[in-house]
Design a protein around this ligand. Structure first.
Ligand code: ZN
Ligand code: MN
Length: 470
C-alpha cells in the first residue's frame, strides 16, 4: 500500500478550524466571552454542552451554513443528508465521553485546493464540536468547558502534500479562503491540526502528530518532524508508527502512544439528532452566494496587466484586494499593484498595522499614485508620504503643496546641487574616472540627500555624467 507514494516526504493534514457562529454547535451558549469581560472558567456552559442526562442537542443553522459554504469553496461534493455521530472516547475534555462529530457521511468529500503548481485533494470535511480546554497547573489538571461545544470544521487532506513548504502554501491558501468567506476569526478562533508525516527512507511508516495549535506552530512542527525522521533513518534507527505530541516551547515532537485507528472510536449515529436534508436548491443558493475567491481574483488582476506575483499577493488579502480594485479604476493597474504590494504592504507590515486600522482609503492611494504617474513627485517622496499615511492619513495634495514636495527638475538648480556634490566627493570622482560606475551613484545620492529626495534622479544622473566629462 505504501509503494504508491512517489515523493520523498508525504504529509496529510487534518485541520480543525473554529467556525465563527454566534452560538455553539448544539446549544444556545455563545461561542465567545462577552467583550471586555474577563471570563471565569466554566461559566459559558449549559446542560447540553456539558452533556447532562436528558439534555437534547439541536444543530445550529448558522454553523451548518458556514460549514456548507466552506465545503463548497473547497470544491467538495456535499452530502444530501446531514447526520451526526458519537465518537466515543474516555478523556476529561469530553464530559459526555463522546464527541459529536460526523463519520459515516461527512458534510463534504472529494474536494480540492489549488496551489501554484499542484492541486491538493481534500478527502473530506465535516462538522464537529470542540472539546473542553485542559489547563495544566502544577501537579493537577483543570478543565474549562467554556469552549466545549464550539463548532469546528475538520478538513482532511489527501496524503499528497510533498514537503513542509507545500504544507505552508496550503495553509496560506486555506486561511485566505476562510478570510474571504468570513467564517473564521483569525484573532480569536481556534486553528489546530493533526499531521501525518512519513518519509521514503522508512518505507513511509506513518507518524501522526496530534494537536498542533496555530498556523506558525504547524509549520514548525512539520519542519522538525521531517528532519527528525530523515535523521533517524540516516542513523539506521527504526521509525515506528505512533502518535506524537508537539512541544511548542521546546520545539520538538515526542512520543505519546502507539497509534489507534478510527475504528477504535466505536462511532455510532447520534440518536438525539435528526438527519437534516440538504436540498440541491440550498446547495445551489450557497454556491451562488460565495464571493469571488483569491485565485479567481488573481487571474482577473493579471488579465488587466498586473504581474503574476503582485496579483497573487494582493488577491490573497481580501481588504488589500478591495483597495486595489478601487484604486485601479483610476490609476494604471500595473502601477497601482506595484505600489500597493511593494510599498503599502511593506510599510503596513513594518508598522504592524492592518489596512483597516491604518484608515487608508482608496482616494489617498489614487492621489498619491496620480502624482507619481504624472512625475510630479519622486518615488522617494512618495515612499516617505506612504510611511506617514500609514501612521495617520492626510490630504496628499495639500501636504505636497504646503511642504513643497514637488519634484525638482529645474536644470539650473540641479546643476548647482550637482556641482556641490562633486566638490564634496573628490574620492568618488577619482573612482568614477578610473572606471568605477558605482561611484556615480554615490555622488547622485549626495544630490538626492541635499534636495531631501525631491530631485529627479534620472535628470541628476544625466547632468552629472555631463559635468564629470569636462
Ligand atoms: Zn451550552
Ligand atoms: Mn476531529
Amino acid at each position: 500500500m505504501t509503494q504508491k507514494f512517489t515523493s520523498d516526504i508525504v504529509i496529510g493534514l487534518e485541520i480543525h478550524v473554529q467556525l465563527d457562529s454566534k452560538t455553539k454547535l448544539f446549544c444556545g451558549c455563545p461561542t465567545r466571552p462577552k467583550p471586555g469581560v474577563q471570563e471565569e472558567p466554566n461559566t459559558r456552559i449549559c446542560p447540553i454542552c456539558l452533556g447532562h442526562p436528558g439534555s437534547k442537542p439541536t444543530a445550529n443553522k448558522e454553523a451548518i451554513e458556514m460549514g456548507l459554504r466552506l465545503a463548497l469553496a473547497l470544491n467538495c461534493s456535499v452530502s444530501s443528508r446531514l447526520i451526526f455521530s458519537r465518537k466515543s472516547y474516555f478523556y476529561p475534555d469530553m464530559s459526555k465521553n463522546y464527541q459529536i462529530s460526523q463519520y459515516e457521511e461527512p458534510l463534504g468529500r472529494e474536494g480540492s485546493l489549488e496551489l501554484d503548481n499542484k492541486t491538493i485533494g481534500i478527502t473530506r470535511v465535516h462538522l464537529e464540536e470542540d472539546p473542553a480546554a485542559l489547563i495544566h497547573s502544577g501537579s493537577c489538571v483543570l478543565v474549562d468547558y467554556n469552549r466545549s461545544g464550539n463548532p469546528l470544521m475538520e478538513i482532511v487532506t489527501d496524503p499528497t502534500i510533498g514537503s513542509p513548504d507545500e504544507a505552508r502554501e496550503f495553509m496560506r491558501r486555506l486561511l485566505s479562503i476562510l478570510e474571504y468567506l468570513k467564517v473564521y476569526d483569525i484573532d480569536w478562533g481556534i486553528l489546530k491540526a493533526d499531521a501525518n508525516i512519513s518519509v521514503r527512507e522508512s518505507s513511509y511508516t506513518r507518524v501522526e502528530i496530534k494537536n498542533i495549535t496555530g498556523f506558525k506552530e504547524i509549520e514548525r512542527a512539520l519542519d522538525y518532524e521531517c528532519a527528525r525522521q530523515k535523521q533517524a533513518c540516516q542513523e539506521a534507527q527504526k521509525i515506528i508508527a505512533e502518535t506524537r505530541g508537539w512541544d511548542a516551547e521546546k520545539g520538538y515532537t515526542y512520543s505519546m502512544r502507539e497509534k489507534e485507528s478510527e475504528e477504535d472510536y466505536g462511532y455510532i449515529i447520534d440518536p438525539d439528532l435528526v438527519a437534516i436534508t440538504i436540498t440541491q436548491d440550498r446547495i445551489e443558493k450557497a454556491k451562488a452566494s460565495l464571493p469571488e475567491l483569491s485565485q479567481a481574483k488573481a487571474k482577473r488582476f493579471q488579465a488587466i496587466g498586473v504581474k503574476q506575483e503582485d496579483a497573487k499577493v494582493i488577491a490573497a488579502d481580501q481588504s488589500i484586494a478591495i483597495l486595489f480594485e478601487e484604486v485601479s479604476k483610476k490609476v494604471e493597474p500595473g502601477l497601482a499593484a506595484k505600489w500597493i504590494r511593494r510599498e503599502l504592504m511593506r510599510v503596513l507590515n513594518f508598522a504592524k498595522r492592518s489596512l483597516e486600522d491604518s484608515n487608508i482609503k482608496p482616494h489617498h492611494m489614487v492621489d498619491l499614485l496620480t502624482l507619481v504617474h504624472e512625475k510630479r513627485i519622486t518615488d522617494q517622496t512618495a515612499q516617505k508620504l506612504m510611511e506617514r499615511l500609514v501612521e495617520k492619513p492626510f490630504d496628499i495634495k495639500d501636504v505636497v503643496e504646503q511642504e513643497s514636495l514637488a519634484k525638482v527638475s529645474d536644470d539650473s538648480l540641479l546643476t548647482d546641487a550637482c556641482k556641490q556634490a562633486i566638490a564634496q566627493s573628490p574620492q568618488a570622482v577619482l573612482d568614477y574616472h578610473a572606471g568605477e560606475e558605482k561611484a556615480l551613484n554615490f555622488i547622485v545620492g549626495k544630490v538626492m540627500a541635499a534636495t531631501k529626495g525631491k530631485a529627479d534622479p534620472a535628470i541628476v544622473k544625466k547632468l552629472m555624467i555631463g559635468l564629470l566629462k569636462v
